[in-house]
Ligand binder design. Structure first.
Ligand code: SAH
Length: 379
C-alpha cells in the first residue's frame, strides 16, 4: 500500500492550510467524504471485507429482531400501518431475515412499510438486491426525511460509526483532542484553549478522572430524533452496539481493516473508524426528550431472553453435522462473553413511547440498567 491514501493527502493539505481539526471532524471525513469516505466507496462487511456484524454471523439474529418487532407492534395496539425503519442496514441481511420471520404474523407483515436510512451508494445497491422481494422499500439519507407515523426503528452497529469528539483533561481544564501535522505524519494534539465549563457537564465519575484522561462524546441529535419520533408518533427504537453501560473516561477511538486493528491516523478512508457507544449518554438524552428507556442489557442476555437457544436447536434438527457445528459456533459468538464473543461487549437499549411499559427482553430484572436517576446502575 502507498504511504498516503488520497484522503490522507487531502486532510494533510487542509490541516496545513487551516490548522488542526477536531478528532470528530477527522472521523467524519474518513467515513463520509463524498469521494474517498470509507462507507462511500465499498462494502466493508463480511469475511472478505474488514469486519463482520451480528446479522452476518447468523440468520438467527435478524429473525429474533423481527419477532421482537412483532411483540412491539402488539404492545403498540397493532396499528394498521407501521413504519419499520432501519438505520445503517449494511447488506440488508438483518432486515431480510427479520421480514422472513415476521411472515408468521401476517397482519404485522401486512402493516409494515420498510424505510432504510443509508448514505452509502454501494451498500444501497446491496440492500436493494437483498430485499428484491420487497418492492416498496424506500431509502432515505436521514431519518428526518421519513414521513410521520407509528414507527419501529432498528439500529445495529450504527451509532459507533457516528463521529465522536474527544477531550483531554489537563491542569488547565478539558481540551478538545485534535489531529495535527507532525512533520509528514498525522498526530494527536490538543486545542490551545480549554472548552469553557466542560467539567460541569460531565458525570461525576468522569469529572474526577486523572490528568491525561480522555472523555468521548457524540452530539445528541440522532438519538433525540429517534426518541422524539417514538414519543410523538408511537412505537419503539432498538439500539444495538458495542459500548459501555455507564459513561466513563477512556480512549476507544479505533480503526479496523481486514479484521485487524490499525492506527486510525494512517491510511485515512481505507479503514473503518469507530468508537464505543456511551449507552448512559444515549439513555439520558432519550429520557430528557420524553422517551421511555428500557435496559440497556447485554446482547447475550437479550438474545437468550428472545429464545436464541431454542431457535438454534430447531435449525440444528434439519442440519448436517457440519452445519450444526456452524450454528453452535454462531450461537456462542453472538451470546458468549469471551474475547471472541459479542454477548457482553455489545449492549441493547430500547426507547419507546411513554405508554409502552415493557419491551420484550429488555426488562430490568436482574439486568444492568440505566435508571432514570442516571447514577444507579445495578447488576
Ligand atoms: N447494520 C449493519 C451495518 C453496520 S455498518 C450490520 O449490522 O451489518 C454501518 C452502517 O451504517 C453502514 O450501512 C453504513 O453505510 C451506515 N452509515 C454510517 N454512517 C451513516 C450515516 N451518517 N447515515 C446513514 N448511514 C450511515
Amino acid at each position: 500500500m502507498p504511504d498516503h491514501s488520497p484522503l490522507d493527502l487531502l486532510i494533510r493539505n487542509q490541516i496545513a492550510a487551516t490548522g488542526p481539526m477536531p478528532v470528530a471532524r477527522y472521523m467524519d471525513l474518513c467515513l463520509t467524504h463524498p469521494e474517498h469516505g470509507y462507507y462511500r466507496t465499498r462494502d466493508p462487511l463480511g469475511r472478505d471485507g474488514d469486519f463482520i456484524t451480528a446479522p452476518e454471523v447468523s440468520q438467527m439474529f435478524g429473525e429474533l429482531i423481527g419477532l421482537w418487532a412483532a411483540s412491539v407492534w402488539h404492545a403498540m395496539g397493532m396499528p394498521a400501518q407501521v413504519r419499520l425503519i432501519e438505520l445503517g442496514p449494511g447488506r440488508g441481511t438483518m432486515m431480510a431475515d427479520a421480514l422472513r420471520a415476521i411472515r408468521i404474523v401476517p397482519a404485522f407483515h401486512e402493516a409494515i412499510r420498510v424505510h432504510l436510512v443509508e448514505t452509502s451508494p454501494a451498500l444501497r445497491r446491496k440492500q436493494s438486491d437483498r430485499l428484491a422481494d420487497y418492492p416498496d422499500v424506500q431509502w432515505h439519507d436521514s431519518i428526518d426525511d421519513i414521513p410521520e407515523g407509528p414507527s419501529i426503528i432498528l439500529a445495529n452497529e450504527f451509532f459507533d460509526a457516528l463521529p465522536v469528539h474527544q477531550a483531554v483533561k489537563t491542569d488547565s481544564g478539558w481540551h478538545e483532542r485534535v489531529v495535527r501535522l507532525d512533520g509528514d505524519a498525522l498526530a494527536y494534539g490538543e486545542a490551545k484553549d480549554p472548552i469553557p465549563r466542560f467539567a460541569m457537564l460531565l458525570p461525576p465519575q468522569v469529572r474526577e478522572a486523572p490528568p491525561g484522561a480522555i472523555f468521548e462524546w457524540r452530539p445528541d441529535a440522532q438519538i433525540m430524533t429517534l426518541a422524539r419520533r417514538v414519543r410523538d408518533h408511537g412505537g419503539a427504537a432498538l439500539i444495538i452496539d458495542y459500548g459501555h453501560l455507564r459513561s466513563d473516561a477512556g480512549d476507544t477511538f479505533q480503526a479496523v481493516a481486514r479484521h485487524s486493528f490499525t492506527n486510525p491516523l494512517r491510511q485515512a478512508g481505507l479503514a473503518d473508524i469507530t468508537a464505543h457507544v456511551d449507552f448512559q449518554a444515549l439513555a439520558h438524552a432519550a429520557e430528557d426528550i420524553g422517551g421511555r428507556v428500557h435496559g440497556p442489557v447485554e446482547q447475550g442476555a437479550f438474545l437468550k431472553a428472545l429464545g436464541i437457544e431454542t431457535r438454534a436447536l430447531t435449525l440444528m434438527k434439519n442440519a448436517s453435522p457440519e452445519e450444526s457445528l456452524a450454528i453452535d459456533a454462531a450461537l456462542k459468538r453472538l451470546t458468549g462473553s469471551g474475547t471472541e464473543g459479542m454477548g457482553s461487549l455489545f449492549k441493547v437499549l430500547g426507547i419507546s413511547h411513554p405508554s409502552i411499559e415493557t419491551l420484550a427482553a429488555l426488562s430490568d430484572q436482574g439486568q444492568t440498567t440505566a435508571s432514570s436517576s442516571g447514577e444507579i446502575f445495578k447488576r
